[in-house]
Design a protein around this ligand. Structure first.
Ligand SMILES: [Zn+2]
Length: 404
């Protein structure tokens, strides 16, 4: 199978479009897209040892969960000791080995890393945590850019005889663009009702009276980036002193947020969820000790780090509401309120903040929330590419941290 075909099939199984906008997913190193491929090495982290293993196993592709090239490389020098990833990339190219990363797309996909993390928690329902474009490793500029690109609906109520003018003015600044179609809108008639205050200067009606006006509600697609221009259009084309309009953010048009009844042990695939994290609501609340025992068994780890309020710690209160995120939780949980957070790592002050809100935080270490998924990913890759493809899990890939 040619490398380009492999990339296509991997993308069909785990759509890269679901990755975070700050992420660097997909083909990262492609020495020859037409090269034939028979052996793949899966790893969480691509290190020099993993590359050596790939060469030894005659793999033509390394699928690394974490993107090995994340920050732009300043050079490609095999002798650059301070930036060892440069040497890994040079040596991969020299050996004709391609590199591909699914990262947050694999977290998000149904049956992916986030779902796997939930699988050991117990019976209950599962929903998706909306995608959060902020991340500890993303820059402020990245986050601002992602927020600017957020798709919204602008809804405005305007007197009927001004509707066409306003609709056209919004279209002229690019509002209402959907794919290759411009000026898309939906309008419906209704009755506006207001009472102008003493300091008002109403265009229609009299101060103090209740006024009703035949209005049109116009709805059009936009992004947050366009809001400043929309305000200018409202000011120029809407006749009211205080135009009635609002913005509604849109979820991406995937099945994020779908609610899904689950049984423990991974039977979760009836209604797929696509989101970077999950919220599990257990059918039967459990003590924190029981929950931690389940997590330790599922992840096959010896210890967890737990911050819990006294009433949770002593077992007088139980937990049923658990927000889950692979890797580094923290910003994906911003603005959310849950009884418990399960993730790999979280910044100290984020832990303190959650604890102060009365929540429990369970940390299992970063890669413990990821590495155990590789055998499942191996099955997915086999299913996507066919059983003739040799797929290995790197034996040299391991958590760089040791507890001593
Ligand atoms: Zn990670």
């Amino acid at each position: 199978m040619k490398l380009h075909d492999v990339f296509k099939r991997l993308d069909i199984d785990v759509p890269l479009v679901n990755a975070a906008t700050w992420d660097k997913v997909g083909p990262l190193v492609v020495p020859d897209g037409d090269a034939s491929l028979s052996t793949i090495l899966l790893t969480v982290d691509l290190t020099a040892a993993v590359l050596a293993e790939a060469i030894d196993k005659q793999a033509q592709l390394i699928v690394a969960y974490h993107p090995p090239i994340f920050k732009p490389l300043s050079a490609l020098r095999a002798d650059q000791a301070t930036e060892p990833m440069q040497a890994v990339v040079v040596n991969a190219i020299r050996s004709g080995i391609a590199i591909y990363s699914p990262h947050t797309a694999l977290d998000a996909v149904s049956g992916g890393v986030a779902d796997w993390l939930c699988d050991g928690l117990g019976d209950g329902t599962r929903t998706g945590i909306d995608p959060c474009e902020s991340n500890a490793s993303s820059s402020v500029a990245d986050r601002a850019s992602a927020r600017d690109d957020e798709k919204c609906i602008v809804s405005v109520h305007v007197p009927q005889d001004h509707a066409d003018d306003l609709r056209e003015a919004l279209a002229n600044i690019g509002v209402g663009k959907i794919g290759n179609y411009d000026g898309c809108s939906f309008s419906f008639d209704g009755l506006g009702r207001f009472s102008a205050g003493e300091k008002s200067n109403p265009v229609v009606g009299i101060r103090g009276d209740v006024t009703t006006v035949n209005e049109v509600r116009i709805e059009m697609r936009c992004t947050r980036r366009q809001v400043a221009d929309i305000k200018k259009v409202m000011s120029a084309h809407h006749p009211y002193e205080e135009p009635a309009w609002h913005l509604t953010p849109l979820l991406p048009t995937t099945d994020r947020g779908a609610c899904n009844k689950i049984k423990g042990s991974g039977a979760h695939a009836q209604q797929p969820i696509t989101a970077y994290g999950r919220v599990v609501t257990l059918a039967t609340p459990v003590t924190v000790n029981e929950l931690c025992a389940r997590v330790k068994t599922h992840l096959d780890v010896d210890y967890l780090r737990v911050a819990a309020p006294e009433h949770i710690q002593n077992g007088s209160s139980m937990i049923s509401d658990i927000a889950v995120c692979p890797g580094a939780g923290g910003s994906p949980f911003d603005g959310r309120q849950h009884a418990c957070y399960l993730t790999g790592e979280m910044r100290h002050h984020d832990v303190l903040s959650k604890l102060a809100q009365g929540s429990t935080v369970i940390l299992s270490e970063h890669t413990h929330t990821e590495r155990g998924y590789l055998p499942i990913y191996k099955k997915r890759v086999h299913a996507a590419l066919g059983s003739a493809m040799n797929v290995h899990i790197a034996t040299t890939d391991r958590d760089p941290l040791r507890v001593i």
